[in-house]
Design a protein. Structure first.
Length: 287
């Protein structure tokens, strides 16, 4: 190779390398939020390694689960250090009611400490995650608004918004209404917001947008997950039947502030599943 040609190629290579960092930045996936329950099996084996894997996939904001007086066996200070090392932040946390299944960190037991600890790690939301089967009685539904309001009142003192996360069973009849509507109308709209799980609402045969229109501003949190055609199973976002374009078009009516990708189950590797969801959401660019 002639020297002149060699120098031209060398210069071209150097120029290419100089723009690689900016190109990499432009192609970098945007940070998304994930409900950590999605990768619960991996968390149980290796918390720090799991967080690093999530960060590499572009999930840097979390909604956590399992607080029982500690964070996966860690103190708030220890857990905060792990989060910082992984480049993670906790936006929200899921909690049980504690009405039947007694344990610390629930709405009924140790709530004051839970609020204090979630405040210490910088969380902005805390949510009632799930009602156990034996908690879905008319008596408990009728008493639940008082507990939700009290929980929201306490979290509010720490600057944390309280919310209720739905599944499909809340859309069953309760007296002359639907249990979900009862919880919305019988709680203080400022103390108790709703974290809408788009999959479970759809699974129940309900329309998320209709609820946004019925109770505007009440849904600052969403779980974004998809429903497979035919089976109705949970699947990767963008691989199912839920019309996310239509739902996200109503985000202002809903009062949306933060949404989380979640996938309770996967037929393959769960990390590949949430990678596929991230790729779809990157293309969509939903705010």
């Amino acid at each position: 190779m002639k020297r002149r040609k060699f120098l031209e190629l060398t210069a071209l290579s150097a120029a290419s390398l100089s723009v690689l960092p900016s190109m990499a930045a432009s192609f970098k996936t945007r940070p998304l939020a994930l409900q950590l329950f999605t990768v619960r099996d991996a968390v149980a084996k290796d918390l720090e390694g799991t967080l690093d894997r999530l960060a590499a996939l572009g999930y840097t904001k979390l909604e956590i689960y399992g607080y029982n007086g500690s964070f996966f066996g860690k103190t708030p200070k220890e857990f905060s250090a792990i989060l910082k090392k992984s480049g993670m932040s906790v936006i929200s946390s899921h909690h049980l009611s504690g009405l039947v299944v007694k344990m610390k960190g629930t709405l009924s037991d140790g709530w004051d400490q839970a609020v204090e600890d979630l405040h210490e790690i910088g969380a902005k939301y805390m949510a009632c995650a799930y009602l156990m089967p034996n908690e879905r009685t008319p008596e408990i539904y009728h008493s639940l608004p008082e507990l939700l309001n009290k929980s929201g009142e306490k979290s509010k003192t720490a600057g944390i918004q309280f919310a209720y996360h739905n599944h499909d069973f809340e859309f069953e009849k309760l007296d002359d209404t639907i249990a979900y509507d009862y919880l919305i109308t019988q709680t203080d709209k400022n103390l108790v917001k709703m974290e809408m799980d788009l999959y479970w609402v759809s699974k129940a045969g309900q329309d998320p947008v209709a609820y946004f229109n019925k109770y505007p501003g009440r849904f600052p949190l969403w779980h974004v997950k998809d429903m497979a055609a035919g089976s109705g199973d949970i699947t990767e976002v963008g691989h199912g039947t839920i019309d996310f374009d239509r739902i996200f078009a109503a985000r202002k009516t809903a009062g949306l502030e933060q949404w989380f990708v979640e996938q309770d189950t996967s037929k393959g590797d769960i990390f590949e599943s949430i990678k596929a969801s991230h790729q779809y959401l990157d293309k969509k660019g939903y705010k």
